[in-house]
Design a binder for this molecule. Structure first.
Ligand code: CP
Ligand code: NVA
Length: 302
């Protein structure tokens, strides 16, 4: 694996990364293989968790994280991605990018001599989804579970489809018509699932979709960049909320997941967030440990 742009890039390495993350979680300061190395992090969109967890993961491994806001770089004034990537390759050992357009991250990686990590685009959020698989395993002690993702078939949903397919986890996406995940990603997930035995489903039917779920997952109805569609989205997604009533249709030991930020009483009720049924803070913490394992895999000297 040279870059991590999509979950599919970790196809050969996912279990190694998950196992290494568990080691780092036990002792985040155990080794310092990133000494004298720098990870630059370019943000074209807002972030709380991704920024903090990547900075700390790099610091735990003895390296230097370098935060860069795209709007403060010459990128924001029209310097092309190709030149930015080539120049940065002379300075740093790896680049994490959170970008509006997925194609911009692909273009950056094509022109980079150092590993590039996707820190969220309009299409995928691979570091989130790989972490979420780690968190499910931490709580359920197996990958043989059913995840029901309910809401907008967005970037997080796309990456979860691929991540579940890679480890053999079943996933049902439940969304209103018109909010289905990327069709090409669903097909890729179905192909991966043929190898691992996981079941991939997309449905508009809420009760059918959450039946027998071990994990219920949701994300915001209005992602960064979708703000102009906000009113229509709130109407269309109204019946796809995670609330206490919905949970009664899942398994009795169901856990609830959310990548955060959460908008209370839109995609998830305050009551569910306050309850002990969710593992949302574990997900946020685990970003740090799983990303340390990703950095270790991509940036260490072999
Ligand atoms: N889940 C996640 O990526 O959060 P941030 O947008 O705060 O980084
Ligand atoms: N789908 C959300 C995830 C935020 C972490 C967004 O793209 O805004």
């Amino acid at each position: 694996m040279k870059h991590l742009l999509s979950v599919t890039d970790v196809k050969q390495d996912i279990f190694e990364i998950l196992e290494q993350a568990a080691v780092f979680k036990q002792d985040p300061f155990s080794i310092t293989p990133m000494k004298n190395k720098t990870l630059a992090m370019i943000f074209e969109k807002a972030s709380t968790r991704t920024r903090i967890s990547f900075e700390l993961a790099m610091a735990h491994l003895g390296g230097n994280p370098l935060y860069l806001s795209a709007s403060d770089m010459q990128l924001g004034r029209g310097e092309i991605i190709e030149d930015t990537a080539k120049v940065m390759s002379r300075y740093v050992d790896g680049v994490m990018i959170r970008a509006k357009e997925h194609d911009d991250v692909l273009k950056f990686a094509e022109n980079s001599d150092v590993p590039v990590i996707n820190g969220l685009t309009n299409k995928e959020h691979p570091c989130q989804a790989i972490t979420d698989i780690f968190t499910v395993y931490e709580h359920k002690k197996t990958y043989q579970v059913k995840m029901s993702y309910i809401g907008d078939g967005n970037n997080v949903c796309n990456s979860l489809l691929l991540a579940c397919a890679l480890v053999g986890m079943d996933i049902t996406v439940i969304c209103p018509p018109g909010y289905e995940p990327d069709i090409a990603i669903v097909e890729d997930a179905q192909m991966l699932a043929e190898e691992t035995g996981s079941k991939i489903e997309v449905t508009n039917n809420v009760l059918k979709g959450v039946k027998d779920a071990d994990v219920i997952y949701t994300d915001v109805w209005v992602s960064m960049g979708d703000e102009r569609e906000k009113l229509q989205r709130l109407i269309d997604l109204h019946d796809y909320q995670v609330n206490m009533d919905l949970l009664t249709h899942a398994k009795s030991d169901v856990i609830v997941m959310h990548c955060l930020p959460a908008i209370r009483d839109q995609e998830i009720t305050d009551e569910v967030i306050q309850s002990s049924i969710n593992v949302i803070l574990d997900q946020a913490e685990n970003r740090m440990h799983v990303q340390a394992a990703i950095i270790y895999k991509l940036l260490r000297d072999e």
